[in-house]
Write a protein of this length. Sequence first.
Length: 186
Amino acid sequence: MVDILYPLFFIYSEVFTISELMINEQIRDKEVRLIGSDGEQLGIMSAREAQKIADDEGLDLVKISPKAVPPVCKIVDYGKYRYEMARKEKEAKKKQHVVEVKEIRMSPNIDSNDLNTKINAARKFLSKGDKVKVTLRFRGREMAHMQESKHILDDFAEKLADVSIVEKAPKVEGRAISLVLAEKKS
């Protein structure tokens, strides 16, 4: 039973130490560069002196840059500092755009109107900033005429040349030929 509990404790302690910043008594460095609560540099001093100054102000000593030599610590209200960091991360996530790859599948005997519909769908995906993977799938006897059907993908890319660039040229992948288009940067 002890063998089962030990790994659980180890995993829990590992997650706990990674997610938290070092604060107050957890800072074991001999010397630290201290930044005051108002943002001014107080210089290099021992960690005990820095902790004493933080205690006198009624705030926490937080190691904000552990890899610097000497490590940089700041006197802040730890709860408020964590809240601000979480808010900044959330803002950054909101502003980032994840590029998705949308796939459009066709068969080699596609009609021109159906092809135009697929082109319009691809144009819409590209305008939103996504990449488009155009796949021409072959079944049965269509496999014998793969190279003759490659012109469909070339026409597709040509009709979207005003809004896209060919990121990956048409390539045979098993029973399909695929092409990747990306939005043209202005």
